[in-house]
Design a protein around this ligand. Sequence first.
Ligand SMILES: [Zn+2]
Length: 78
Amino acid sequence: MLHFHTAQRAVANYQKSERKSRFMHWIVNYIRSLFCKHDFEQLLSSDLYAHSSDSMPCGHRYVYRCKKCGYTQKIVIW
Ligand SMILES: [Zn+2]
């Protein structure tokens, strides 16, 4: 049982640090966005198809990136 608990704790610690780093990443992006007047450029646009046999796309996906801070924004239009 001791080994089981040790492993469980290790997993819990890993998950905690993972969540924290993701949270930090979000915070950094958020703070950056407060000080940046985003200057977006289109990174890519692609058509979305419901079925690979469709000839007409049913949606479009656009990805924009801020030239100044690197913040990326994905927009999907159906
Ligand atoms: Zn920006």
